[in-house]
Design a protein around this ligand. Sequence first.
Ligand code: ATP
Ligand code: MG
Length: 409
Amino acid sequence: MKYSQYFLHTNKDAKELDSINATLLQKGGFIDQTMSGVYTFLPIGLRVLNKIENIVREEMDTIASELLMPALSPVELWETTGRTDIDVLFEARGANDASRKRNDGRYILNSTHEEIVTPLAKKRRLSYKDFPFAVYQIQTKFRNEERAKSGLMRGREFRMKDLYSFHTSEEDLLAFYETAKIAYMNVFKRLGIWEDTKITKASGGDFTTGFSHEFQAICESGEDVICIDNKTGEAFNKEVAPKDGDFTQHNASEIGNIFPLNTKFSKAFDYTYTNKEGKQQIVYMGSYGIGTSRLMGVLVEKFHDEKGIIWPKSVAPFTIYLAGLNIDDEEIKQQADAAYEELTKAGIETLYDDRNIAPGAKFSDADLLGIPYRIVVSKKTNRQVELKERTSPESTLLDIAPCIARLKQ
Ligand code: ATP
Ligand code: MG
């Protein structure tokens, strides 16, 4: 991608916001705030979000089938479960007389999808032979949060992967629950945050007398507090921690959770299956969320320095920031163009800074954007290129072919 043709606008002097991720993502031109808790993912930000969501997708594909449910639903479905009074629920209806005259329906902007997925499953899977099964989606959710804050970490419109599983017994649900934990671990490993992520016991809400489990990433700006048992290493959300233990407390952000819903929704929708003996039995369900846009915020909170973001390679928007210095010099321009062509041919995602601006401005953009490697072509590099890692002060001078070979290792 050529910078001069890309819809990318950095502003390293933009004002500091309430959190590191909000500040750095806006300085880097990754996101733009439309209003409190609602953001546009700008082109370079969308690349990161898509990479995060594709990692989530690849791991979820090993345990469930992807589908896409609607963002809008009829109020009646929420009346069926008695959840119209959830305090974060948004409603949508015609905005003016003309629109309401056409259709005066009241709709919910979904904050979660149990109300949609349960009747959907009930239309299709009714025999014990059909179980277990699981479906998931990656979608935009709407919640009227009391306080939208910390950039992408708490939005009123945000991205979530939500997965729902269906079973003929509680034991089968719990077996799947353990499989989901492993798939989650694989996601967070690939994102480079598994070591700092704790599977944390949390309230089961009104769905289960036992616990649910949150995946809590230890992180200063996280809104949750988790308590880690100094003897056993077991983690509890502070809300459910036994009061008499020997614990170390950490701030953390909930990046995912898994929840045994048991029969709460199947009962509401009267979702039963026919067992071997021909009898009707209630279906057991589980739900499993990952906040993909919150994750993007958490990654910035964890991986940055005073100059900007340091994206993990697995989600970086580009692998290379290629800077041609003094590109008004025709010879340099030709060399930089050639390097860009070679990198692109080798399938290495490159952002080519072909703008005619001062070298310092290019270097500061490279650092701000957090792209893992910088390649410089200039008079000084004398037909070679200078390769530098974002996190290292050292650089190496080499020909473009061995440079590409090293990057492909
Ligand atoms: P929290 O306790 O942080 O409000 P929650 O328990 O209400 O979250 P869930 O309903 O479990 O959230 O949603 C699944 C996942 O979606 C969460 O683990 C989190 O990563 C993400 N998420 C929830 N609310 C938001 C939000 N307002 N903005 C961004 N991500 C969110
Ligand atoms: Mg939760």
